[in-house]
Design a binder for this molecule. Structure first.
Ligand SMILES: C[S@@+](CC[C@H](N)C(=O)[O-])C[C@H]1O[C@@H](n2cnc3c(N)ncnc32)[C@H](O)[C@@H]1O
Length: 503
């Protein structure tokens, strides 16, 4: 099992990043592993024969893919061990604290708290219990108990587990709520009196007190008498554009809240609460998403320009025809256009999303090299021998695993004989037990009825089946680049240096 998170302490900036992106995934992972029965079904290390994912899924009566989405993360976190034959066992210390009846009771209580916690904003405004599924819940009291009361745990490892299980998601939601109430923006403006804060946010006295106590516990605020302000560290971290950016990340996380709450249904029956295969849901979600991606355009543009420069080392971009499938904000295709003014780039996505891409391409003065192609990437025929480069940027993870062979067949057909396929993805290691951030991203793709993350060799096998038998995997910061082509086509073996910021 990994060491408890307290050593060394993460900075507030690292914590906020985690609370915005993965903390609710972490709680949902542990909560669902418990309620689906994985912890009880797994043999304990040294006591029984390791079990495969298939056996485990059969034993608990859940989908194999659902169980795998959980166990890969449990292995990465060190709670479950995996042997060379992919046999799984529960780590001994975990088995020990999960056998403690009082600890199990605490976990069980936290399981029930997830849904009511989603009503925190209402509770803060009214100061009273909320009704959730016909029951009254004192959400403010739940928060106080979670963060402000000390309850002994059987061991440091058990306490760390409880923290991830119950408090991780609660941290995400208190920050989502503070954002929605405008509380963080108020505090960012300087020290504020409680009465002024109540007036500005609509919070009740008890609700505001609980919010400030919990935010204080998280190291974000400090209070003296009735005046509260950001801590010095929070002030530095949330300076300038950082606060709006953080608030946007929290609101993206909030989109997954109900689906994470009901993850058990998805793992058991592949019943999808946020089903991005539903065209209406997908259009709404990805229109928001491309706005969000536009907000981080600059950092993604660094990556895409580096990828374009890397490819230019082995194949001229002059006059190249480039197809960017699932373009989103357009950030990948436009990097090719900006690297070479004679490159012609086709941006393919859903109609609503292309509007955002067009704005970004226009801003970068690359409209003259652009063609916008609305369509459905699941069925579209992309033509034959038409493109020098086809980019699949963060888009394969949208496709369910069974759709990948057909997608690769259509893409390979559309590549010129010496064309190069450029995949930007979160590529897993060969054991499929890391990196952790990738696996959390993969869990979200599973729960939204989307794709699966693969290792390089898993990609290579699928690509070989469609004739793209030559491939390399190059690590970019935060994601990977898989480049594939027909045998004999020259592929880069290392990344070009990072582009200069101003170019
Ligand atoms: C995860 S985003 C990637 C965006 C962009 N390539 C990037 O790297 O920032 C996936 C993209 O696939 C698009 N997409 C999803 N389903 C689609 C469909 N059925 N047809 C066309 N595009 C689709 C979404 O609109 C979205 O822009």
């Amino acid at each position: 099992m990994t060491a408890p998170r307290s050593t060394p302490s993460p900075s507030l900036a690292q914590s906020l990043h985690f609370w915005a992106r993965n903390a609710s995934n972490e709680s949902a992972l542990l909560r669902t592993s418990l309620t689906v029965g994985l912890f009880d079904a797994l043999p304990v290390e040294g006591e029984g024969t390791p079990m495969t994912v298939q056996q485990l899924a059969g034993k608990v009566g859940a989908s194999v893919r659902g169980v795998r989405s959980l166990t890969e993360l449990l292995v990465c976190l060190g709670l479950v061990h995996q042997d060379e034959a992919r046999g799984l066992v529960l780590a001994r210390p975990v088995a020990a604290f999960l056998r403690e009846p009082s600890f199990r009771e605490r976990l069980q209580e936290a399981v029930g708290g997830w849904g009511p916690m989603g009503r925190l904003e209402e509770a803060v405004r009214s100061g009273a219990p909320v009704t959730h599924e016909g029951q009254r819940w004192d959400v403010l009291e739940h928060y106080r108990r979670l963060f402000l009361e000390k309850v002994p745990s059987p061991s440091a490892e058990a306490e760390d587990f409880f923290d991830r299980f119950a408090r991780s998601a609660a941290r995400t939601w208190v920050l989502v709520t503070a954002g929605r109430l405008g509380l963080l923006e108020q505090l960012a403006a300087g020290p504020r009196d409680e009465a002024a804060l109540r007036e500005a946010t609509g919070a009740s006295e008890r609700g505001l007190r609980t919010m400030l106590d919990v935010l204080g516990h998280l190291g974000i605020t400090r209070s003296e008498g009735t005046t509260s302000t950001f801590t010095e560290e929070a002030r530095q971290v949330l300076d300038g554009k950082a606060l709006p950016y953080l608030l946007r990340s929290f609101s993206v996380s909030a989109q997954y809240w109900e689906a994470l709450e009901r993850l058990e249904e998805t793992v058991r029956h592949e019943r999808f609460i946020l089903d991005l295969k539903d065209p209406e849901v997908s259009q709404r979600f990805y229109a928001d998403n491309s706005n969000q991606i536009t907000a981080v355009f600059a950092s993604h543009f660094q990556l895409s320009r580096r990828a374009a420069a890397t490819l230019a080392q082995v194949k001229p971009l002059a006059g190249a025809r480039v197809l960017d499938i699932g373009t989103g904000s357009g950030v990948w295709g436009v990097a090719f256009a900006r690297t070479e003014p004679t490159a012609q780039v086709t941006y393919f996505d859903q109609e609503v999303v292309l509007q955002q891409a067009r704005r970004n391409v226009e801003q970068l003065k690359a409209l003259g090299q652009a063609r916008f192609w609305p369509g459905n990437l699941f069925t579209q025929d992309f033509g034959e021998a038409a493109y020098d480069f086809i980019i699949l940027p963060q888009v394969l993870n949208v496709l369910r695993p069974e759709s990948l062979p057909d997608m690769f067949r259509r893409v390979a057909r559309a590549l010129k004989p010496d064309g190069i396929l450029v995949i930007a993805e979160y590529v897993l290691n060969e054991r499929r037990d890391g990196p952790l951030d990738h696996l959390y991203f993969g869990l979200r793709r599973f729960l939204t009825n989307e794709g699966d993350l693969l290792s390089h060799s898993e990609y290579a096998a699928l690509l070989t089946d469609v004739g793209l038998a030559s491939s390399v995997c190059l690590p970019l910061p935060t994601q990977e680049l898989v480049l594939a082509a027909r045998p004999g086509v020259n592929l880069p073996t290392q990344l070009a240096p990072p582009p200069r910021a101003a170019a």
